[in-house]
Ligand binder design. Structure first.
Ligand code: PLP
Length: 363
């Protein structure tokens, strides 16, 4: 190639999305199986008819609806092209070359991408042996170059939660000039039963802590992954900083309309999460009864720590038309789908998948 691109691009591994294969069930991307509600599809169609106009760059209708729902003022809210878009904005607003961004590992696949795209340096702190954030090690990783810390809560892909009290202690120990992003993409799936007795609410924790920002999304429980809209809640100064690096018009008019309609149908959509939570328990119990070790999950997914056998499990799943998300050398994340999909997954995991799991236990 003769065009000069940034030399550091060679160190950025492209984001690898979950696979889709016609005829296979997709439990690879933590999506909801059910499509948008009829009222939301109607709002999408109406907004599509006005697609000749640019969207409202301030997402005023969405922010007002969120402000009313969450009980915070609209100047504490901003939207992004998915919460991934806001992750990138957070790095761009805080960090440049030489600056460090801390996050746990393994965690959300997009963190290393957005940190490196912004030219900053990722600092990955291993999870504990219980697949949880190691908050003490994360504190110890802070240097005078640290600008931003991501806490993925619940953690994708392990499903573990940092409890409210431990998180509050951590936040009080982080120097106030370092921004902490609480990524709560799976907030709506947290229940008091799954190892999360004191389920943290980032919005309450961000109240009175101007260096804490909370990320949530319409992609998961609200079922709008294809439209790309997420949001952040935090101090108005942080929100204003994010808006400075925001790609103009990154949140489409269709996404905004769908988000407003989804918030109007809030109760119905959130009730659906109860079904996912019940299935999460059923699938986990069945896997454990079959001999698997599965950490308790507070997301719409489960983590199978398969180590060196993770890739083989994923490939065997492809052959059985069950698409999961293998992370080679580490584990496999499987999304909780509808009951039929989960039965198909269980038939695979307790059949062709079982010897692969057993082999992982002998390593
Ligand atoms: C899915 C997910 C997101 C949200 O992605 P969108 O860009 O909003 O679709 C953010 N953080 C984590 C940890 C996720 O798993």
């Amino acid at each position: 190639m003769t065009v000069r691109t940034r030399p550091d691009l060679s160190r950025i591994a492209p984001y690898v999305p979950g696979r889709s294969i016609p005829g296979a069930i997709k439990l690879a991307s933590n999506e909801t199986t059910a499509g948008p509600l009829p009222s939301v599809i109607e709002a999408i169609a109406e907004a599509a008819a006005g697609a000749n106009r640019y969207p409202d760059n301030g997402s005023v209708a969405v922010r007002d609806a969120l402000a009313a729902k969450l009980g915070v003022s609209a100047d504490r809210i901003t939207t992004g092209c998915g919460s991934v878009g806001i992750c990138l904005e957070l790095v761009q607003a805080t960090s440049g070359p030489g600056d460090e961004v801390i996050y746990a590992w393994r965690s959300f696949e997009a963190y290393p991408v957005v940190v490196k795209v912004a030219g900053a340096t990722p600092v990955e702190v291993p999870l504990t042996s219980d697949y949880e954030h190691d908050l003490d090690a994360m504190l110890a990783a802070i240097t005078d170059r640290t600008r931003l810390i991501f806490i993925c809560n619940p953690n994708n892909p392990t499903g573990t939660v940092v409890a409210a009290e431990a998180l509050a202690r951590f936040l009080d120990a982080v120097p106030p000039h370092i921004l902490v992003a609480l990524d709560e993409a799976y907030y709506e799936y947290v229940r008091p039963d799954a190892g999360a007795e004191a389920a943290p609410d980032g919005i309450a924790l961000a109240e009175g802590r101007p260096n804490v920002v909370v990320l949530r999304t319409f992609s998961k429980a609200y079922g709008l992954a294809g439209l790309r809209i997420g949001y952040a809640i935090g101090d108005p100064e942080i929100i204003a900083a994010l808006f400075k690096v925001h790609l103009p018009f990154a949140v489409t008019s269709v996404a905004q309309a769908a988000a407003v309609a989804s918030l109007a149908a809030d109760a119905e959509l959130l009730t659906r999460t109860d079904g996912v939570v019940a299935e999460r328990t059923r699938v986990r119990d069945a896997l454990i009864a079959g001999g698997y070790d599965v950490p308790p999950s507070s997301g719409n997914f489960l983590w199978l720590p398969l180590g060196d056998q993770a890739a083989a499990f994923g490939e065997a799943g492809v052959a059985a038309k069950v698409l999961t998300r293998p992370f080679a050398g580490d584990g496999v994340r499987v999304t909780i789908g509808d009951p039929d999909e989960n039965d198909t997954f269980l038939a695979f995991a307790l059949g062709a998948g079982l010897p692969i799991w057993k082999a992982s236990q002998q390593d």
